[in-house]
Design a protein around this ligand. Structure first.
Ligand code: NDP
Ligand code: 8X3
Length: 248
């Protein structure tokens, strides 16, 4: 029987690249996101690779939607808690509270809702592997990023605690913490301002979704006795949230 990987936020960027990569690695895929058309395109691409693909269109911010879509899954061998966003880049006195809600509800509560449904299935199966997509923002708070950084600090804490919680059940927990990855992330952060988003990557060769998928695929195939707890990945031109060398 093929292993099954569930990837949240698979309509774009890191999640989409990971779904395609894990399909190539021999997994059947459950891909989630809110954009149905993109899920349908992805399903066709994954099936063309010879893997099975189920798509589930829902918003991870709704506990009811998460439960309704994920509870029927019989077995999940690998979960990638990837769905997430940054919204806005403002000082704390000017931030939009709707942006704050979106980040906390998606990056923290959404990840928890999904895990709450899937972890018991892994416990019952006495095994599984959970990947949480954190960020360098999970350990490096930066100006204008209070709420995004707080949400990723939460992911960092949750990852460490859930690793301990699930230890006796033989479930691996790996946190992947990227720096700059060129996806739709900055366009979403700047509410569709593509020119401002492009400037983030000006003079830098950023990571791609495929680079993060490569790391996940590697960590997923390690022998049973070996786990990657925490992996920080950055472009060679970046050394941290405040250190980027740009070459023109
Ligand atoms: P993208 O914007 O390209 O992809 C984000 C994905 O998350 C989309 O598939 C989107 O799908 C999904 N998503 C967002 N909100 C929801 C929601 N409420 N319900 C369901 N799905 C949702 O960005 P990335 O690929 O870069 O981001 C993926 C993860 O990586 C995020 O957690 C992000 O914080 C993290 N990250 C990104 C970095 C970067 O530089 N790009 C660096 C470090 C971490 P849809 O809109 O269809 O729902
Ligand atoms: C995304 C990377 O540096 O914008 O998590 O926080 S950063």
């Amino acid at each position: 029987m093929k292993k099954l990987a569930l990837i949240t936020g698979a309509t774009s960027g890191i999640g989409r690249a990971t779904a395609l990569r894990l399909a190539k690695e021999g997994y059947d895929i459950v891909a989630t996101g809110r954009r149905a058309e993109r899920l349908e395109t992805l399903r066709r691409e994954i099936e063309a690779l010879g893997a099975g693909c189920t798509t589930l269109c829902f918003d991870v911010r709704s506990e009811e939607e998460v439960r309704r879509h994920l509870e029927p899954l019989e077995r999940v061998d690998l979960l990638v808690n990837n769905a997430g966003l940054a919204a806005g880049l403002e000082h704390i006195d000017r931030g939009d509270t709707a942006d704050w809600d979106a980040m906390i509800d998606t990056n923290v509560k959404g990840l928890l809702y999904v895990t709450r449904v899937i972890a018991p299935k892994m416990v019952a199966a006495r095994g599984g592997h959970i990947f949480n997509i954190g960020s360098i923002a999970g350990t490096e708070p930066y100006e204008n990023g209070a709420v995004y950084c707080a949400s990723k600090h939460a992911v960092h804490a949750i990852s460490q605690s859930m690793r301990a919680d699930l230890l006796a059940d033989g479930i691996k927990v790996t946190e992947i913490r990227p720096g700059m990855v060129e996806t739709e992330f900055s366009e979403v952060r700047f509410h569709g301002d593509k020119a401002r988003a492009d400037k983030v990557y000006d003079g830098v060769t950023p990571l791609t979704g495929d680079d993060i998928a490569e790391a996940i695929a590697w960590a997923a195939q390690l022998p049973a006795h070996m786990n990657v707890n925490d992996m920080v990945l950055m472009p060679t031109q970046q050394a941290g949230a405040y250190y980027t060398v740009r070459r023109h």
